[in-house]
Design a protein around this ligand. Structure first.
Ligand code: TPP
Ligand code: MG
Length: 562
């Protein structure tokens, strides 16, 4: 079979398993087998050959107004679709503008590929435009970072980068392509169909974890992003149902069990962690979101997708590392549990589950007043009370902000896995519109809704222009309290005053969106929220609902920084 893709002055030929073309064509050829259908970028001459290759091969070019949005969009694609998301950044400032996005992908274990331009190597050191060695800048925040030295190597290097990004523990990979390398022509063998290594867990580690969970009286599972990334949601559910273990979730793990599932819990986490005798944390680090793995008297089982992810600051009672499907299935079947069968050892934990259900129900009942609060100014919780009525079960919700997004995490309940995007433990503001772009491209027909603080809005709102131009409608709900709430309230509490924490009150972010070609409106009364949200989802354009919320309202939290 012979395939030919005509390029600008070149062609990519498949003759007996070899491909030829310019550097851009050779780069995209390296990703052909990975299902990459789009690239996110902001124009720069250093990477024109990649655009030419995309243009010729039907890879959609989605261009943005700040490189961080390109990387965040690629990350959303990677997170939601579990395949490489591609960002193409021009040399120098293009790459450095992408650094927060790459770092977020690194913290989130997202398989993002960043292809950077690079000043020509034939006169390296002479002071070419945008000449900087990116590799030292990105080495600490990628799984693989290197400069491709010859045109013939490009396909193989890109392929290798994609395999590295997809191999657990997943994460971003970076290549830069010097101007003289990418504009030249070369030839290379066609890559083999990719095989991603399945990491076999140590059976003794699995047996230890299985025995602890099977023998526990008051077990709890906390499932995080790698459960979704590792396609282990079904295995998680099997383990939870077989052993009757209550499940809490964070990150992309949210929605692994639908909210109505008898073992799905969210509000009673504190009660659960205080009362548990065994806590199994699956596919997420024992970081600040999980009190650093300190659950009082409970024994900790840390289940990770690669040995590198084992916590070093705690000593878990067991820590199986490897393919999460294998580990969770092993736990479900009592794999390697010696001395007794799982059934004989298993209790149904009925009292424990029902105690947690009572705590859960009580917390939910107490929230009702918050969700329906009819105050002036509007309480942020009321925004979520209204959204819960409007959102479809498969809606993708995205959080970008401080307190306003903490409420989103609390009140929005993803009904399916892979429908919630937050910035993850790196906590970078500004993910909002990039994530929305990636989500809209992934799901052309679903509701895509960004929950944004007014402060967070400043980082990416200009990319409404990119969304409008590329016909990617999304709904943006801004909790406009006129402050950097998650900073102002803590600073006041600490110092008795605050600085650098005020924004313009009542700012018309909706008019910004309208000026960029979208639409929007201000909402100042609780009763206007519902109709405004319906108009937003019906509008078919990027639409910003600018909700003026109460600046005195502070999300109740125990710790901000540690
Ligand atoms: C890029 C970046 N800069 C600064 C911060 C620190 N920070 C965390 S939350 C927050 C306040 C967010 O304010 P806003 O988006 O208005 O949400 P609110 O808390 O007011 O609801 C800030 C500044 C951060 N996390 N990321
Ligand atoms: Mg704010």
């Amino acid at each position: 079979m012979s395939e030919s893709i005509e390029g600008h002055g070149g062609s990519i030929e498949g003759h007996g398993g070899s491909i030829e073309g310019h550097g851009g064509q050779l780069a995209l050829a390296g990703l052909a087998a990975f299902g990459v259908r789009e690239l996110f970028t902001l124009s720069g001459g250093h990477v024109f050959p990649i655009y030419d290759a995309a243009h010729q091969t039907g890879v959609r070019i989605v261009d943005v107004r700040h490189e961080q949005s390109a990387v965040f969009a690629a990350e959303a694609v990677a997170k939601l679709q579990r395949r490489p998301g591609l960002a193409v950044l021009t040399a120098g400032p293009g790459v450095t503008n992408g650094i927060s996005g790459i770092t977020s992908a690194y913290f989130n274990g997202s398989p993002v590929i960043v292809l950077g331009g690079r000043a020509p190597q034939f006169r390296w050191g002479s002071g070419s435009l945008q000449e900087i060695d990116h590799i030292p800048l990105v080495s600490a925040i990628t799984k693989l970072a290197r400069t491709v030295g010859t045109t013939d190597e490009i396909t193989g290097a890109v392929y290798e980068a994609a395999v590295a990004a997809l191999t657990p523990h997943r994460g971003p990979a970076f290549l830069d392509l010097p101007l003289d390398v990418i504009f030249s022509f070369g030839a290379t063998p066609a890559p083999e169909p990719p095989k991603i290594e399945v990491i076999e867990p140590d059976p003794d580690d699995v047996a230890k974890a299985a025995a602890l969970l099977a023998g526990a009286q008051r077990p709890v599972i906390i499932a995080g992003s790698d459960v979704y990334a590792g396609d282990a949601v079904a295995a998680l559910r099997e383990a939870a149902e077989t052993l009757q273990i209550p499940v809490f979730t964070n990150g992309m793990g949210r929605g692994s069990l639908p909210p109505e599932h008898p073992l799905a819990f969210s509000r009673s986490r504190r009660v659960a962690l205080r009362g548990a005798d065994v806590v199994a944390v699956v596919g997420t680090p024992l970081d600040f979101r999980l009190s650093f793995g300190d659950f009082g008297e409970a024994q900790v089982v840390h289940i990770v997708d690669h040995p590198s992810q084992r916590a070093t600051h705690v000593t878990p009672a067991a820590s199986p590392a490897g393919d999460l499907r294998l580990i969770l299935s092993g736990i479900a079947t009592g794999s390697g549990v010696s001395g007794h069968t799982r059934d004989a050892n298993q209790s149904d934990h009925a009292d424990w589950v029902s105690m947690l259900r009572q705590a859960e129900d009580a917390a939910r009942a107490a929230e009702e007043a918050e969700l329906t609060a009819d105050t002036d100014p509007i309480k942020p919780s009321r925004v979520y009370g209204e959204l819960l009525r409007v959102l479809d079960r498969d809606a993708v919700t995205i959080g970008d902000g401080g307190d306003f997004v903490s409420y989103a995490g609390k009140y929005l309940e993803p009904a399916q896995p892979g429908t919630w995007l937050d910035p993850g433990p790196y906590g970078c503001l500004g993910t909002g519109l990039g994530y929305a772009m990636g989500a809209r491209l992934t799901y052309p027909d679903r509701q895509i809704c960004v929950l944004m603080g007014d402060g967070a809005a400043g980082f990416s709102l200009m990319d409404v222009e990119s969304l409008v131009r590329q016909k990617l409608p999304v709904v943006i709900v801004v909790g406009n309290n006129g402050i950097w709430g998650l900073e102002k309230h803590p600073m006041r509490a600490m110092y008795g005053y605050d600085v650098a924490a005020d924004l313009q009150p009542g700012l018309r972010y909706d008019q910004v969106v309208a000026a960029l070609g979208g639409a929007g409106e201000v909402v100042a009364k609780p009763s206007d929220l519902g109709p405004a949200l319906h108009r937003a989802f019906d509008s078919g354009v990027p639409y910003l609902v600018n909700v003026l919320t109460d600046p005195e309202d502070a999300y109740p939290r125990s710790s901000v920084l540690a």
